[in-house]
Design a protein. Structure first.
Length: 67
């Protein structure tokens, strides 16, 4: 992975981690307020999609080592 490409990936990882934390905080606030369960479920689904993208990017950062 080239240096610039790696830096871009790390920046994207940081943004996604922050977005994931923001969704977590929003979901917790919605639960405390007693928001509609369907809205909470949709937020959780979006949070899970972000987590999947995070995992995918993290896997790209790890070099393939044949053992």
């Amino acid at each position: 992975m080239a240096d610039q490409e790696e830096a871009d990936t790390r920046l994207q990882l940081a943004r996604l981690r922050q977005e994931h934390e923001d969704y977590d905080a929003a979901i917790n606030a919605m639960i405390k307020v007693g928001c509609d369960a369907l809205r909470i479920q949709r937020m959780k689904k979006k949070k899970l999609a972000i987590k999947d993208r995070l995992t995918s990017l993290e896997d790209q950062m790890i070099p393939d080592i044949i053992a």
